[in-house]
Write a protein that binds this ligand. Structure first.
Ligand code: ZN
Length: 226
């Protein structure tokens, strides 16, 4: 059986995927959580992010996770809805702005697998999958859509952040306290979806179309200076 304490792979420097925007919506608590359940990363987000952490909530619904975060001062950047939620199959929730550090890893000093770097929360993005975990003895399976949704977030972030390398479970970061996303999570299948880009959608054709500018009318003055 898969051991979540082993879930970890590296994104190669080459073979970066094309950038595909996420199918995400801002959760109704996005503004509040970003204001009250995150902090400055201390460095610019573009350079500092080198890790993405996969979690599962140990709860029944997105709102259960949000309520817990509000009560206990925790958070993550995205929540993947469970099968019984209307958003499942359609979009993921953005819950904290990527520019901010979310509070998704509690034991931030235990980082032997990530090498030299700053506090785990400052350098990472956190994804929470709604799944009951040990609340139901790990009998809640992850849907194919949930697994693919996590892979798409990793591909999106890989295309966007130049230093992103580590894809790792919460269990591997904090094995004495955490086991998420649990041994039901199909890590090898997920890893394959990421490294082969197999789950990427097609790009918006407008983005790649050749733009032909109209005849330029020359004005005096300097355009567009700050
Ligand atoms: Zn976790």
């Amino acid at each position: 059986m898969a051991n979540p304490e082993q879930y970890h792979f590296m994104l190669p420097h080459d073979n970066k995927p094309p950038f595909i925007p996420l199918e995400e919506e801002l959760h109704p608590s996005f503004q509040w959580l970003t204001s009250n359940r995150s902090r400055s990363r201390g460095r610019d987000v573009f350079n500092v992010i080198d890790t993405i952490v996969v979690h599962a909530t140990a709860g029944y619904a997105t709102q259960h996770a949000i309520d817990t975060w509000k009560a206990r001062v925790a958070s993550a950047h995205w929540v993947i809805p469970d099968e019984n939620e209307p958003q499942h199959g359609h979009f993921v929730w953005a819950t904290v702005a990527e520019a901010k550090a979310a509070y998704h890893v509690g034991n931030v000093d235990y980082i032997p697998h990530l090498g030299v770097g700053t506090n785990v929360n400052n350098r990472s993005l956190g994804i929470e999958i709604v799944n009951t975990q040990d609340v139901q003895d790990f009998t809640d399976t992850f849907s194919d859509w949930q697994v693919t949704a996590v892979a798409k977030i990793v591909l999106y972030a890989w295309a966007k952040y130049p230093n992103l390398r580590h894809v790792i479970s919460h269990a591997k970061l904090d094995p004495s306290r955490r086991s998420d996303p649990g041994n039901n999570f199909p890590w090898e299948e997920f890893k394959n979806q990421v490294l082969t880009h197999s789950v990427l959608g097609s790009r918006n054709q407008i983005v790649t179309a050749v733009y032909t500018p109209p005849d330029i009318v020359k004005h005096s003055g300097n355009c567009c200076e700050p």
